[in-house]
Design a protein around this ligand. Structure first.
Ligand code: PLP
Length: 388
């Protein structure tokens, strides 16, 4: 059987909601008001309600959302911020851009999120700890109960990098971005809630932080040309907000479809019981995974060959992320070396993200699972299963 399975098919999503999207864009263009405005206000209201927070503040990207959160907490040169190394660059890049120091902590190999016990240890070695930033990687929440406790004990805010996790629930049933002091979201087009360009949002329950965030995103202005704070330009475009207002109505349905797709992969992989293939563990307690990514692990020496084999068979996959941040050239000055964060390094060598987007057909899912299983049966029999 020949089939093409892209990693993501935004055209399929667009086809289903095209009329609504074009109408929403048309309204903005007719009004000729392109920056912030009623669409952004409406999205902020809806997003705050959706994330179960008091406030939401739109901004230009997920990266800016993190910058805004750090600035709102007055993070500056020489301050330390604990974050994972196994994440997208922007988590730590935003810290470093402010002259602050990203302090990298290893992940739990099952959840791919920072280990609270290791964070506590590292925090004890810090002299200028200003914040802790867990990342809800792949759409699964970090152990927020532990981080909220730890933050309270240490007297530092927990900033949630929830860029990949909109709508996910943690083990106590709280939404991503609702328990930390600030939650940071991305509307990059490939996200579960994606715009037609860049966009981002911060959430908080603290009215003072909300006010600071609102000012910082408009050059620190109190009113036009009167600047209380040092800020920068990080507007959410009206057109983005208009499109996101439409898409938000579909988000839960899309996340449900992603969970169903993940369950189909889980079933196929579990039935095969192949050593060497590790699939995502189902979340525990009241947690709910939104499967921004469905990520398997295979032995490091096989991963790239499997990926190439799938590509030759029309199946697109991706490696999020091939180099953990503590080993990136740009962070060499921090002085980390190989072996410092073994779980992050092992994950970088073993992970493979499979297509899991909502519009996938059962035939496509079975084709992907079948192709992986057939190849691994041939190549992975003598490989030990990665411990997890
Ligand atoms: C974990 C994480 N943090 C931050 C970001 C930055 O978001 P953006 O691309 O909207 O700037 C992303 C986006 O890929 C992300 O995945």
């Amino acid at each position: 059987m020949n089939m093409t399975v892209p990693l993501l098919d935004l055209k399929a999503q667009y086809a289903a909601i095209k009329d609504e999207v074009l109408e929403a864009i048309h309204r903005v263009v007719e009004r000729q008001g392109f920056v912030l405005g009623p669409e952004v206000d409406g999205l902020e209201r809806r997003l705050a309600e959706y994330c179960r927070t008091e406030f939401a503040v739109g901004c230009a990207s997920g990266s800016d959302a993190i910058l805004l959160a750090l600035l709102a907490h007055r993070v500056g040169p020489g301050d330390e911020v604990i974050c994972p190394s196994f994440t997208f660059y922007a988590t730590a890049g935003s810290i470093a851009l402010l002259g602050a120091v990203p302090v990298f902590v290893d992940i739990d190999p099952v959840t791919f999120t920072m280990q609270p016990g290791l964070v506590r240890e590292r925090a004890g070695e810090c002299t200028r700890l200003k914040a802790i930033m867990p990342v809800h990687l792949y759409g699964r929440c970090a152990d927020m109960a532990a981080f909220v406790d730890l933050g309270a004990q240490l007297g530092v805010p927990i900033i949630e990098d929830a860029a990949q996790a909109i709508g996910a629930l943690d083990a106590q049933g709280h939404r991503a971005g609702s328990r930390g002091s600030i939650g940071c979201f991305s509307f990059y087009p490939t996200k579960n809630l994606g715009g037609i360009g860049d966009g981002g949002m911060v959430t908080t329950n603290d009215p003072h932080l909300a006010e600071r965030l609102r000012k910082i995103r408009v050059h620190g202005e109190r009113t036009r040309y009167y600047h209380d704070l040092i800020g920068f330009n990080s507007h959410l475009d009206s057109i983005q907000a208009a499109v996101l207002n439409v898409k938000l109505r579909y988000l839960d349905g899309w996340s449900t479809k992603r969970r169903q797709n993940a369950a189909r992969y889980d079933g196929a992989f579990a039935a095969a019981g192949l050593p060497g293939l590790v699939t995502p563990q189902p979340p525990t307690g009241m947690a709910s995974h939104i499967y921004h990514q469905y990520v398997i692990r295979v032995p490091a020496e096989l991963r790239d060959a499997l990926r190439e084999h799938l590509r030759e068979n029309g199946i697109s996959t991706e490696v999020y992320y091939p180099v953990p941040l503590h080993l990136q050239e740009c962070f060499e000055y921090l002085g980390y070396s190989e072996g410092d964060l073994p779980e992050s390094e092992r994950a970088a060598a073993e992970v493979l993200a499979l297509p899991v987007y909502p519009e996938l057909t059962v035939e496509q899912l079975d084709f992907v699972a079948g192709a992986i299983l057939a190849w691994l049966r041939e190549h992975a029999t003598a490989q030990p299963a990665p411990a997890s």
